[in-house]
Design a protein around this ligand. Sequence first.
Ligand code: B12
Ligand code: SF4
Ligand code: SF4
Length: 307
Amino acid sequence: MLIHDEIIQLAQKNGFDACGLAKAKVDANTQLVYKKWLSAGFHASMDWMETNVHLRFTPQLLVENASTVVVVLYSYHTKLDVFEKSPVRIAQYAWRRDYHKTLKKKLKFFYNALQQKYPELQGRYFVDSAPVAERYFAEQAGLGWIGKSGMLINPVLGTNCFIGTIIINEQADKYDNPVENRCGTCQRCIEACPTNAIIGNSLIDSNKCISYQTIEMKINSEKPIHNSFSGFIYGCDLCQQVCPWNSKAVAFDERVAESAKKWGDLTAEQWQSLTEPEYAKMFEGTPVKRASFEKLKSNIDKVLAQR
Ligand code: B12
Ligand code: SF4
Ligand code: SF4
């Protein structure tokens, strides 16, 4: 049997900012919300969200006898504003090496440490890499609530944090409980979203979301593209920038990559004339590479045309 408090301590030792334990079970209402979201087409062209839905809601199909989900948070919150004087913006989560790689590595060390403590334990670790209901499990593990912006909000870390999970075949001596939703009467994220992508009930219409439009949407898509990305050429932080829980969140300025600190120095002309080799060098190893050179160029053109 896993000992809850030992696992939390081990997560801290392995450099995570928060950790909680949830049962490996997804409630029927959450499954319904997700299925309705899909059937309304709010996943836009992200067809992969439709496949393996059964895996997302049945962790036992990912790990035999899955009983526990260990959920960790890793913050990327910073008080630095790399793009303060820049004509364009890139979302904060991308100001570092790609979290799919860095967090996965951290999770691997954590998982190995768990296996040393509990030699019988079997499991798998994930970060935005498989059909896992990450926000749901984070909420169940007491790590925060789902805000009106759709983001998981941790009372200490705010919204700017990645979620990682380890699904394990053993039960724990105790599990965490969800915390109270503390959005209250605040509506700031809904008011700040320039495309009305926040459709209520903490859900997002990806078709309208600038994050989707600047990263995932195909360059030759026939769907209408919003005519202003509000300066964002990759991702979007507008609903998070206004969230009061981020003004009081703990900042980790040292987690911003040195290379990213220079991105904001480029002038509009330099962004306009960005070449493919420059793009390759500048964004090497960062999440920005998820957008092809052509896609990023097209976003840059749209943003600069709006000035
Ligand atoms: C697809 C996706 C997107 C899409 C759609 C976003 C969305 N809000 O649905 C797009 C491309 C737009 C996107 C954008 C961003 N994303 Co994204 N994305 C995902 C991904 C792969 C799946 C999310 C998903 O399933 N959405 C569909 C909705 C229906 O599901 P859900 O958000 O998980 O919500 C569930 C629960 O919260 C609950 N729920 C929600 N509302 C309600 C209401 C009721 C009544 C009930 C009962 C339940 C319920 O049920 C839902 C279904 O399981 C996850 C990784 C993962 N595997 O989960 C990352 C993830 C959500 N993204 C992340 C990030 C960082 C971002 C951006 C901030 C990046 C950026 N700066 O541009 C933005 C934020 C936009 C926003 N306001 O949400 C992080 C969020 C971390 C956090 N603190 O919440 C995740 C968790 C990746 C990670 N491992 O860290 N993303
Ligand atoms: S990320 Fe931007 S476009 Fe998407 S919901 Fe938030 S404010 Fe709206
Ligand atoms: S801006 Fe306000 S309503 Fe939106 S998520 Fe933050 S606290 Fe909740």
